[in-house]
Every structure is written in structure tokens, then in C-alpha cells.
Design a binder for this molecule. Structure first.
Ligand SMILES: C[S@@+](CC[C@H](N)C(=O)[O-])C[C@H]1O[C@@H](n2cnc3c(N)ncnc32)[C@H](O)[C@@H]1O
Length: 275
């Protein structure tokens, strides 16, 4: 671990970057999040993942990296749909173990492999991928510049990257600036133009952007519907939601929905290429 990085504290709550990554990984590999979100941990689900794959022109001979792959749902979807080889990387060891099990059960262990690691320090050689996808995760990385530089480094010349992520415009209510909000991809979400500038500053050329705000509304509504069951399961100690209070999550979804309707929060896809 880089000691300097670990000592630098950032909002929210004065947590170190490493603590934020650990917290995010612990929430997203919890059983409660599986109940709330299902297997695909981003707005638009596998449908939007396939859209991203089409925008990147994925083909069977491509070697694709899924950064912050969660439980591996997108990696398995891309391999099945486009016939490409996919390597998924996530900070959570539990998510990686679940992803490996799923790949094995579906007979895809040879074409889809998973590693535990940090998006800000990718354990792969320069120019080793034809394409990268990173869904609903860049917004949670404390050092987005490092991650963008790593994306550019591991892409081959002419390689493409597809991001899908939360976007924000202007200021948000204080509830949407908390640790819960950071983990829920909201507090450090950027305007779409900022994501584009981030990738451009890493030497990547922007190809296309698309807004998918409706997918975010559906996603938040789905969470609100599933909150009741999750609350019951939490009450019975059948599942745990580490470090998060379900009442805060409830309030959070209500405020988030208002912010989406007011045009302050959205969801977007952005593709770029290494020129
Ligand atoms: C919202 S989930 C998205 C997962 C997956 N991309 C999907 O859409 O299903 C965010 C994921 O980012 C992972 N993550 C957070 N910080 C990370 C980092 N620095 N490096 C790699 N993965 C990270 C978490 O463990 C979590 O699985």
C-alpha cells in the first residue's frame, strides 16, 4: 500500500482513500446489497452493459478488462454476448470469489477470469487490452486521475474504453454528500463533461456520450421496492448491511429521486479511444 495515499484524508468523514475503497467493497459484496440491487450492480443492468459492448464494437478476438467488475455479471454478459475474452478486476475478494464460482457454474472459466485488485493500480502490462469497461464505479474511486491514467496505460493503441456512471449537475442536498452517498456513487459523481475531460487528460479521445437518466430512475425505484424485504431480512439477522443504516438508505433514495427529477443527478455512457 502507498503510505502517502493512505495518510491523505478526504471527505466524507475524513476517511483515507484506502478506507473508502474498503468500505465501498464491503457494502457491494454484502448480501443485503444483493437483495436490494440483484446481481448487476448498476442502473440499466445487463441491457445497458450490452449497449456499452455494441458501442465499443466488441468482437470474439478482443481481450476486454472489466474494472470494478462487482460479482462478474457484466463480464459474463459481455463474454456470452460478444464472444470475447474478459478479465474482471474488483477490490472485493468476496465479489471475486462469487464471480469465479458463477463463471465456473456457467462453464466460462476459460474465457472469463477474475482478479482482486485496485483500479488505481492495475496489475496488468502496458497495452494489454483491446477494450475496457468500467460501470458505476469510477465515481467511487478516490483518485480518478490515477484510474484514468491506468486505463490509458493498459489499453493498446486504438483500444477503446466504455464508462457508464452517475453524473451530477451543480450542488446537491447535504444528505447526498455523505459517506452513504459516496458509496452509492452519488457524492463524487462528476458532470459528464468532467468525465470526458478526465479521460482526455489521460490521452484518450472521446468518441460518444449517451444519457440514460431513465435507467437511473428505474434503478432507484427498484431499490425502494426492495427495501421492505431487505429491512425484514436485516431485522431477522438473515443478512447484514455493513456500516450502513437502512433508515438512512431509505431517506437517501427519496432525496436521490428528487435530485434526478430536478436534473441534478443522471446516468450516462461515455466511450473513448487510445489514439
Ligand atoms: C456499484 S458497484 C459496480 C460493480 C459492477 N461494475 C457492476 O456494475 O455490476 C462498484 C464496485 O466497485 C468496486 N470498487 C470500489 N473501489 C474499487 C477500486 N479502487 N478498485 C477496484 N474495484 C473497486 C466495489 O468493490 C464494487 O464491486
Amino acid at each position: 500500500m502507498n503510505e502517502l495515499e493512505n495518510q491523505r484524508t478526504i471527505e466524507p468523514g475524513g476517511l483515507s482513500p484506502t478506507a473508502i475503497k474498503q468500505c465501498c467493497a464491503a457494502v457491494y459484496d454484502s448480501d443485503a446489497i444483493k437483495l436490494l440491487l440483484g446481481d448487476s450492480l448498476h442502473p440499466g443492468g445487463t441491457e445497458l452493459t450490452e449497449r456499452l459492448g455494441r458501442m465499443l464494437n466488441l468482437e470474439p478476438r478482443n481481450r476486454v478488462l472489466d474494472v470494478a467488475a462487482g460479482r462478474g455479471t457484466s463480464a459474463l454478459t459481455l463474454a456470452t454476448r460478444f464472444g470475447c475474452e474478459v478479465i474482471g478486476l474488483d477490490y472485493s475478494r468476496r465479489n471475486i470469489e462469487a464471480a469465479k464460482r458463477d463463471a465456473s457454474e456457467r462453464g466460462l472459466s476459460k474465457t472469463v477470469t477474475f482478479y482482486c485488485g485496485d483500479a488505481e493500480r492495475l496489475p496488468f502490462a502496458d497495452g494489454s487490452f483491446d477494450a475496457i469497461v468500467c460501470e458505476c464505479a469510477l465515481c467511487t474511486f478516490p483518485n480518478k486521475q490515477s484510474a484514468a491514467a491506468e486505463f490509458a496505460r493498459v489499453l493498446r493503441l486504438g483500444g477503446r474504453i466504455g464508462l457508464s456512471d452517475l453524473t451530477r449537475q451543480g450542488s446537491l442536498p447535504p444528505e447526498l454528500e455523505s459517506l452513504v452517498a459516496w458509496i452509492a456513487c452519488v457524492a463524487d459523481a462528476q458532470p459528464l463533461a468532467e468525465y470526458a475531460a478526465l479521460l482526455a487528460s489521460a490521452g484518450l479521445k472521446i468518441m460518444a456520450t449517451e444519457e440514460h437518466n431513465d435507467a437511473l430512475i428505474d434503478f432507484v425505484n427498484q431499490v425502494r421496492t426492495r427495501l421492505l424485504v431487505t429491512e425484514v431480512m436485516l431485522g431477522l439477522n438473515k443478512v447484514a448491511l455493513p456500516g450502513l443504516d437502512i433508515a438512512i438508505v431509505k431517506d437517501f433514495t427519496r432525496t436521490a429521486l428528487n435530485a434526478i427529477r430536478a436534473g441534478r443527478l443522471g446516468y450516462a455512457i461515455l466511450t473513448a479511444a487510445r489514439g
